[in-house]
Write a protein that binds this ligand. Structure first.
Ligand code: FAD
Ligand code: NAP
Length: 386
């Protein structure tokens, strides 16, 4: 027998863990405009490990219908031999499926359209570096396929087309389980991205790869762990209170935190803010929170269902309503975590945190800013927003 200590395999982009999904459950109920799902990916025998606060990198494949549309627009069969960006030999179809970003056109591709088509003077103008903002606006909601359809006289050979594409990248998903509670799996909470622009139904690559193109126990999902850096629980024997603000899919890491705290018998108080569209259709993991409240793993739960009344109610409104209690927890040394939408929610929650401190702590805005800055410096304000 060897004395060498067991080193877990180092999975990364070049050497991903080839995992399979063993369970998928739709969390959004009948009538919800969203499609958010819970996934369990099998880690048995892989040696892959993770900590609460980590995210899972997923290397997706493109939708076969979109690949077919691109092949058709290019007049190709898909069987043509090509090399991808890493010089691996494969068929054109394989490259379009697993190597090429078919969403965002590269400037090289747009320039080639202008050079090859006799009908692209407007596009040529947009490619002037001085008109960067207009180009960005023009590209919003458009994908490569739109340019192939708009400029059919621009012809591309398969290898050329592959070299004009950006590379298909990994997507990150906050892990929603604790390995201590689920030693053989990693859980995710993912909202499927679907939208309609310029007369075409569009699909987010990775979220619909998981929702539509992954067959349980069959489809290979290349994955690896992306360490959560500062987004961590205090150590298990620590009784630091935690406040978690996770609307929508932002709930994911907090499910992992609570699972971990239950298994490690952590004594610290825990407060969760959750927000979604409607209590009836989008109260993700409601039964689990109930159990945690009963067991004392969760001390308090505040929910904000935005469309259950005429005027929108968001998590930040609940925070301000509970300002007195929030202030008390902060003064007891609580860590404040926020996860989810970066575009609007994170800034609004940040503002509400300041307002609560002003209101209940009897501080001026400047003093509240200093207080939050101090929380940040002492790592008591942690954000994982996307
Ligand atoms: C650290 C981290 C953790 C994350 N955790 C989670 C998580 O737990 N759960 C989760 O669901 N997501 C999470 N995400 C987001 C996730 O990584 C993906 O960005 C998300 O799933 C979309 O990826 P996709 O491949 O499906 O869509 P993509 O193919 O990347 O498409 C998304 C793009 O489509 C375009 N688009 C979308 N809607 C429209 C519209 N209406 N009009 C025009 N264009 C539009 C935008 O350009 C957008 O960027 C996380 C991200 C990070 C960085
Ligand atoms: N379009 C999609 O299908 C899709 C899918 C995946 C991810 N995403 C993007 O990924 C991010 C997270 O999406 P998600 O599905 O996790 O949920 P989300 O879009 O963040 O929505 C979750 C809840 O937050 C509410 N909300 C909206 N604006 C808010 C604000 N300023 N402050 C606080 N709460 C706010 C929403 O209410 P209302 O919606 O009622 O306003 C909803 O009740 C967002 O950037 C989203 O655009 C979008």
């Amino acid at each position: 027998m060897s004395d060498t200590p067991h080193t877990p395999p180092a999975f990364n982009l070049k050497n991903p863990c080839l995992a399979r999904m063993k369970r998928a459950v739709k969390l959004s109920g009948e009538g919800s405009p969203k499609d958010t799902r819970h996934y369990e990916i099998d880690l048995r025998g892989s040696g892959m490990t993770y900590e609460p606060g980590d995210s899972l990198a997923v290397l997706p494949t493109n939708c076969p219908e979109l690949v077919n549309d691109v092949l058709h627009a290019l007049g190709a069969t898909g069987d043509e031999p090509v090399k991808d960006a890493t010089q691996r030999e494969m068929t054109f179809r394989e490259a379009l499926t697993s190597s090429c970003n078919l969403a965002t056109p590269d400037k090289k591709f747009l320039n080639a359209i202008v050079e090859r088509s006799g009908n692209a003077p407007e596009l040529a103008k947009l490619l002037d570096p001085a008109r960067k903002d207009q180009l960005t606006q023009h590209l919003h909601g458009r994908e490569l396929i739109d340019f192939l359809h708009e400029f059919p006289d621009a012809k591309f050979q398969p290898q050329e087309f592959v070299s004009f594409c950006k590379r298909l990248l990994i997507r990150l998903y906050s892990i929603s389980s604790s390995l201590k509670a689920h030693p053989d799996s990693v859980h995710l909470t993912v909202a499927a991205v679907r939208y309609h622009t310029f007369g075409r139904d569009r699909k987010g690559v990775a979220s619909t790869f998981l929702a539509e193109r992954t067959v349980l126990n069959e489809t290979v999902i290349p994955t690896f762990i992306n360490a959560g850096k500062g987004f961590r629980l205090p150590s298990p024997d620590d009784d630091t209170p935690i406040i978690m603000c996770g609307p929508g899919t932002g709930i994911a890491p907090f499910r992992a935190f609570l699972q971990e705290r239950e298994v490690t018998n952590a004594k610290g108080k825990a407060w969760l803010f959750f927000g979604e569209i409607s209590a009836k259709t989008d109260f993700f993991y409601a039964e689990e929170w109930d159990e945690y409240l009963k067991k004392g793993v969760l001390t308090r739960l505040d929910t904000a269902f935005s469309r259950d009344q005429e005027k929108k109610i968001y998590v930040q409104h609940r925070m301000v309503e509970a300002a007195e209690e929030l202030w008390k927890w902060l003064e007891e040394g609580a860590i404040f975590y926020v996860c989810g939408d970066a575009s609007r929610m994170a800034a609004d929650v940040d503002d509400a945190l300041h307002t609560a401190i002003e209101k209940a702590g009897g501080k001026t805005r400047e003093e509240a800013v200093e207080y939050v800055e101090e929380m940040r410096k002492s790592k008591r304000y942690r954000r994982d927003v996307y």
